[in-house]
Design a protein around this ligand. Structure first.
Ligand code: ADP
Length: 270
């Protein structure tokens, strides 16, 4: 059969004995595919009605001045919740694209410093200047990858750092050599995360504190998106934190993903 999917496992026993196990995972694979398609289709179908709702609410919001205060508050709440649903749909669609799009990726050399600088500025706007945002560039090489995806992964990490730390906290965006390769790091000096939660943080909708996350406007998909972007770049996410000690999110890229910095253009001589 050409649709059969088998998973092999080889176990070594003693010096020269081997046990080979083959597991038929065809059904599991098909169910997983159905789950992905379903989520992608529902998200796609929700997009248009949400755009219509948001459009009407904007118009009502513009004329809300003549309405009783209770109604005005109602319109504001509806606008907030519609935006939340739109963000959720955008993240669900992005995640399902990251999971299913296996085409040969269009990797290009990405120069990290301007990318981090632009994310830093976006985060400054988002936080309204309430946080100190710093850049530390110690690595010169460029990253071979998809810039849009790297931007979305790092933005999720930086926006999380803004949302889960108190005003006045310092957030550092770094690009540095790491274990033969290089790492993009986002470090904050906030409350940190209890280590029991760390292994589960990249699961969809896993939150340390549900009430707080919803109040800060997250979709619960941020770290799942980061994980999938990194998988597509042969990279891994390392999280180091303990309560009261801040948090470090490190995207560790192997040397095979690094490209030497562009050579300086030749100087003009007369
Ligand atoms: P959310 O939309 O809930 O932020 P994420 O997947 O981005 O979803 O993050 C998962 C959870 O990880 C968050 O709900 C929060 O509890 C925790 N978290 C993420 N980043 C940080 C951080 N910098 N400091 C403390 N907790 C964090």
């Amino acid at each position: 059969r050409d649709d059969l999917i088998l998973q092999f496992q080889i176990t070594l026993y003693g010096d020269n004995e081997r046990l080979l196990m083959a597991r038929d995972i065809t059904r599991l694979h098909r169910l997983e595919q159905m789950r992905r398609d379903f989520v992608a289709n529902v998200s796609h179908e929700l997009r248009t009605p949400l755009t219509v709702l948001a459009g009407y609410l904007e118009t009502y919001g513009e004329h809300a001045g003549q309405l009783p205060p209770r109604w005005q508050r109602g319109i504001t709440r509806m606008q907030e919740q519609t935006t939340r649903m739109q963000n959720l749909v955008t993240d669900l669609l992005l995640l399902s694209r990251l999971e299913t799009d296996h085409q040969a990726e269009q990797a290009e050399p990405v120069t990290i410093e301007p990318l981090l600088e632009s994310i830093r500025r976006d985060a400054e706007t988002l936080s309204g200047g309430s946080h100190v945002l710093r850049l530390e560039i110690e690595e010169e090489r460029r990253l071979s990858g998809i810039e849009q995806e790297i931007r979305s992964a790092v933005s999720n990490l930086v926006f999380n750092a803004v949302r889960y730390t108190a005003p006045g906290s310092t957030i550092t965006l770094g690009w540095r050599p790491w274990q033969g390769g290089a790492a993009l790091e986002v470090v904050d000096d906030g409350e940190g995360i209890d280590p029991v939660h760390i292994p589960r943080l990249t699961e969809r909708f896993y939150r340390v504190d549900k009430g707080r996350s919803a109040a800060t406007g997250g979709t619960g998909l941020g770290l799942a998106i980061v994980k999938h972007v990194l998988l597509r770049h042969d990279a891994r996410l390392e999280i180091e934190s303990s309560p009261g000690q801040g948090a470090l999110f490190r995207c560790a890229f192997p040397a095979s993903r690094l490209v030497q910095a562009a050579a300086e253009p030749p100087r003009e001589t007369n």
